[in-house]
Each structure stands twice: as C-alpha cells, then as structure tokens.
Design a protein around this ligand. Structure first.
Ligand code: ADP
Ligand code: MG
Length: 280
C-alpha cells in the first residue's frame, strides 16, 4: 500500500515543468491559506534587500503581517455574524452626558473579563439614555477580544423562536443561541410576550446560565418584568439565574436624543424646530 503522506502534492508535480515559480508559489500560498504572504512577499523582499535583513528576518516579517491581517479578518467576521444594527463604540460615547452611569465599571467591562467568567450585564433606564449604544460598544469590544456575539432585540428573538418552532428547527436555533459567548438582548420591556414566547425566551436564557454571558437592556425596573413575561413564577426563576453573576448598569439620566435635539433647537440647527425658536 502506498503511504498517503509520501504521495506528491498536486502542485509539486508541476515542479520541473515550465510553470513559472511565481505561479507555483501563488498556488501553494493559496492552498495554505496565506493570502497576506501572497500579496506582500515581493514588496517585503525588496524592503528586506534594502535593509539587508536576513532570510529568517524576512520570513518573520511576512508571518507577522499574515497574523495581523488574519486577526483583523476574524474580528470583521465576528462583527458580521453578530448582526449589530449599527457599529457604535465608546469613542463616541459621552460619559459626562450620563452621570448616573458608573464609568469606571463600564471601562472595566470593556476589557471583557466578565465574558471569560460568564457573568451577565443588565442595563436599566428610560428610553434614550444610551443603553443600546453601551450594549453595541460592549458587543464590539467582545468581537475585538475574540468572543462570538449575537445581537437581537428581545421581541425579534421571541419572534424568531416562534417561527423556528413552527418550522421544526427550534433545536438548531437554540443550539446556536446557547453557543455564542455573548448574547445581547436589547429592548426587553417594550413588548409583552405571549405565554409561549415567554417560555421560549426563558429556555434560551436558562440554557445559557453559567455557560455564556448575556447582556440585557430594559426600560423597566426588575419589579415590572412580570408584566413582560406574564408569569410571576417564570420571571422569578429567570431573574434568579440572570442575577446570580451580574453587573447592573443604572442609566437614569435624561434622554440623550431629547437633550441633543433641544441643543440643536437652541442653536438653530434643527430645520423643523428652527421656526419655533426664531420665527420670521
Ligand atoms: P436607549 O437604548 O437607552 O433608548 P440609545 O443607546 O439608542 O438609547 O441612544 C439614543 C441615541 O443617542 C443613539 O444615537 C446614541 O448613540 C445616542 N447616545 C445616547 N447616549 C449617548 C451618550 N452618552 N453619548 C453619545 N451618544 C449617546
Ligand atoms: Mg435602545
């Protein structure tokens, strides 16, 4: 029997034929999934010659470039898979506008240790206080740190779960939801769920308990969550699991939307409001 390891590689059989080495190299680098090597090796070779870098130094530079690029591609892939509605980061978040938010805690959470320890975050506060912005920024930080993320509104997730159940692919969806490192559930509280919807969401969150992190944003304080889930027993069991290892972000300031539209109004930048402020 021939040893499969000793079989010549397909491209190797071409050695000795008239195929130019550049083409062969391109094929090998493609097969080895080293696109940055393929793109950069000539340029880096010229630089190496210019700076009298030795062969190991040349290879090292190419390896470094490939790893940097690969990391960037993986972060981009995680961001795509997370399905964020927009990309928001802490660079554009004005902490001074939200004094009720514990800035040192948020800065610490952006390091993503809480995901490694499978803790949860619950961000509470009225509409417009930046809960979704903070959730998106923490989600982005998680993608950058190498964690898989799924972002969805609570209402959309319940809808998806019901649809999956009707189409007999609930297990598949549950498996996916249980496997992501961070599940971000935005806007819990605006829409009450049906009994079936509540139970399906409860199941997802139970399956994640101590296995992965969940970040929930809600406009409702905990004592009003029963109005969303319908059942006191189920809400109690859910809060018990969620709050076992949790960081609570209180965001009780003014609405940023309202404040910024008032500011625009004051400075006459809002076309619709401008006339009210300074009538002709
Ligand atoms: P919520 O989810 O609490 O209703 P959002 O996060 O959607 O609020 O915030 C509403 C809008 O205001 C978004 O465009 C968000 O980026 C912006 N925003 C809210 N708070 C801040 C802040 N402190 N700094 C910068 N932008 C903010
Ligand atoms: Mg929101």
């Amino acid at each position: 029997m021939t040893d499969p390891v000793m079989q010549p590689l397909p491209a190797m059989t071409e050695i000795g034929t008239s195929v130019p080495p550049q083409i062969l190299l391109g094929n090998h680098l493609k097969a080895l999934k080293l696109p940055t090597f393929a793109r950069e090796y000539e340029k880096v070779a010229m630089e190496a010659a210019g700076s009298r870098t030795d062969y190991p130094g040349y290879l090292l530079r190419l390896c470094e470039l490939e790893r940097i690029d690969r990391e960037r591609r993986m972060v981009e892939r995680r961001i795509r898979l997370a399905r964020f509605p927009h990309t928001k980061s802490f660079d554009t978040f004005d902490f001074a506008a939200q004094p009720s938010l514990n800035k040192p805690l948020v800065v610490e959470l952006a390091r993503c240790e809480w995901i490694t320890t499978r803790s949860n975050i619950i961000a509470l506060g009225p509409s417009g206080t930046g809960k979704t912005h903070v959730a998106l920024a923490l989600g982005l930080a998680a993608c950058q740190k190498g964690h898989s993320v799924a972002f969805v509104t609570a209402a959309a997730l319940v809808h998806e779960l019901m649809e999956a159940r009707d189409e007999r692919r609930l297990r598949q969806l549950q498996k996916h939801l249980a496997s992501v490192k961070l599940l971000i559930l935005d806007e819990l509280g605006y829409v009450p769920f049906t009994a079936v919807g509540s139970e399906l969401l409860f199941e997802v969150l139970s399956q994640r308990y101590e296995r992965g992190s969940t970040l929930i944003t809600s406009n409702l304080p905990f004592d009003e969550w029963t109005s969303v889930f319908g059942s006191e027993r189920l809400t109690g069991a859910l809060l018990d699991r969620l709050t076992h290892h949790v960081h609570i972000l209180e965001m009780n300031g003014d609405s940023y939307r309202l404040a910024s539209s008032r500011k625009r109004q004051k400075h006459g930048h809002h076309p619709a409001q401008q006339e009210e402020v300074s009538p002709p």
